[in-house]
Design a protein around this ligand. Structure first.
Ligand code: MN
Length: 130
């Protein structure tokens, strides 16, 4: 059984790249383009990990992270913020909003894969697969 990742990202190229990296790691990838869809999708997908773009058309990632935590569906699910902003204090801001980690854009595939693996403690397979 594959672990599920919900990717919240409005940019087509970034979604394509992230899907490519995650599928290569063995994950089952689900994608949405807006915050509103993310809040719905967590209930259906029940993801093991959420990757959250901070700049989205309808809500910013901080609002979405806070809403996800308040919604009660993702109490323990790690949320990794993915953002092109790298200002001092940004890491604290995403952690305060309920995110568990932080990846900077532009996405660098090996660093991205390493952060995902580190967050989940392993690769995309839940158990027993070699
Ligand atoms: Mn964006």
């Amino acid at each position: 059984m594959k672990k599920k990742v919900l990717v919240v990202e409005d940019n087509d190229q970034n979604r394509y790249l992230v899907r490519f990296i995650l599928e290569d790691q063995g994950f089952d990838v689900h994608e949405v383009e807006t915050g509103a869809k993310a809040l719905e999708a967590v209930k259906d997908v029940n993801p093991d990990l959420i990757l959250l773009d901070i700049q989205l058309p309808d809500m910013d990632g901080y609002e979405i992270a806070a809403a996800l935590r308040e919604g009660g569906h993702v109490d323990e699910t790690p949320i990794i913020a993915v953002t092109s902003y790298a200002m001092p204090g940004d890491r604290e801001k995403v952690l305060d909003a309920g995110c568990t980690g932080y990846i900077e854009k532009p996405i660098e595939p090996s660093a991205f894969a390493a952060e995902v693996a580190r967050t989940l403690g392993d690769n995309g397979s839940i158990e027993g697969e070699v």
